[in-house]
Design a protein around this ligand. Structure first.
Ligand SMILES: Cc1ncc(COP(=O)(O)O)c(C=O)c1O
Length: 385
């Protein structure tokens, strides 16, 4: 096969450019510490923000659901995969985020494909923040709508695009909390702009759900907005909720349209009931155990204070995502290796996940980190060559 040679040389190029990606095989849960290849590390890279992934109530809920409903849903939602727990979860999510209705998806990636492909076609416009998650960009491409991107969090530039382009339907999509930067979208401004231009605003709050706002309703709620009217909220159940799957919440007219037409909903198996049951329990704990968010906020503040004192370069992020920017891919890999050699697991994030020249080590904080863990992290960052 001539492909083989081509692929071999592509791999060699990727390695030479410090862009080769490697799987790490975890031998533990993604808790405060993780075990990899028999070695224990402090975990500063998972999205288990509220440390719920091995909460005994989530584990018990997942186990009980498996006992009752079996291991897999074995059919799509519209065939016979949709059961009582899925139904309860959809209602609970809608109530929690203040929407009329919600719909579950098997992953956030699929939800981000579903929204633009359901509502837009080739005569329409989709406007996106330049740093949006890849799944939103892929969804936009799949929709065949005209995709235009604006500089990060620049609502003036976003409006200029909406003003200039007079295509059919218009949609503006943005991360709530940006996955690799930790910054928060200017949602109040974006909502005003969308109202002015009769555009739909879609907020992917994968990293805000459970984390941002008084009880974790997310970024929309924290600026007095919600998934109502021309606004849809998308969230994943795989990060703070420590489960699996995703949702889109909004007015019934939009959610019903997704049920009818969203191919990533219709043509796939419903998520396992154990995952839905764990997510349901997680939402209960978002409200019942508010100390988890308070502790997370303290950890973020402690990290930032110590980092500034140690001369570790920070961004403006106030969220658990705290990137340490280093620039080129090789330097990012070197910093991640240094951390790992000193017992800290944090990963180098390189192109195409982030723009060229903006490689970084993405630190994520979680509730279970102790003061000593954070001091240890800062000491190792400070000692980096
Ligand atoms: C902002 C954002 N949206 C969507 C996704 C995809 O969600 P999922 O992992 O459920 O496919 C991710 C990360 O996984 C993300 O960071």
């Amino acid at each position: 096969m001539p492909w083989r040679n081509e692929l071999c040389s592509q791999h060699a190029d990727r390695k030479a450019a410090s862009l080769w990606r490697e799987l790490r095989t975890l031998e533990s849960s993604p808790g405060r510490t993780v075990t990899i290849a028999g070695k224990s590390f402090l975990n500063f890279c998972s999205n288990n923000y509220l440390s719920l992934a091995n909460h005994r109530q989530l584990v018990a809920a997942a186990n009980a659901a498996t006992e009752k409903y079996g291991t897999g849903a074995t059919a799509s939602h519209l065939i016979i995969g949709h059961n009582t727990v899925h139904q309860q979860l959809e209602s609970r999510i809608a109530e929690f985020v203040g929407a009329e209705k919600s719909i579950l998806f098997s992953t956030g990636y699929m939800a981000n494909s579903a929204v633009p492909t359901t509502f837009l076609g080739r005569n329409d416009l989709i406007v996106q923040d330049r740093l949006n998650h890849a799944s939103m960009i892929d969804g936009a491409r799949l929709s065949t709508a005209k995709l235009q991107r604006y500089p990060h969090c620049d609502s003036v530039a976003a409006e200029q695009i909406l003003t200039k382009r007079d295509l059919g339907r218009k949609m503006l999509t943005t991360d709530g909390v940006f996955s690799m930067d930790g910054s928060i979208a200017p949602l109040a401004d974006l909502k005003t702009i969308c109202d002015r231009h009769h555009a739909m605003l879609v907020v992917d709050d994968a990293h805000g759900f459970g984390v941002v706002g008084d009880t974790g309703q997310g970024c929309l709620s924290s600026c007095g907005l919600g998934p109502r009217g021309n606004t849809l909220m998308l969230g994943t159940l795989s990060k703070a909720a420590a489960s699996f799957g995703a949702f889109v919440a909004g007015d019934a007219i939009y959610i019903d349209t997704l049920v009818q037409h969203a191919r990533p909903f219709i043509y796939t198996t419903a998520l396992p009931t154990s995952a839905a049951a764990a997510a349901l329990k997680a939402i209960e704990l978002f409200e019942a155990e508010t100390w988890r968010r308070a502790k997370l906020v303290d950890n973020i503040a402690q990290f930032r204070k110590l980092a500034v004192a140690a001369g570790v370069p920070l961004t403006e992020s106030t969220t658990p995502i705290q990137p340490i920017s280093v620039g080129d891919s090789q330097s990012a890999l070197q910093l991640a290796n240094h951390l790992q050699q000193n017992g800290i697991m944090a990963i180098a994030i390189r192109p195409p996940t982030v723009p060229s020249g903006q490689s970084r080590v993405r630190i994520t904080l979680m509730t279970d980190h102790t003061r000593e863990d954070i001091e240890n992290l800062i000491a190792v960052l400070k000692s980096a060559p």
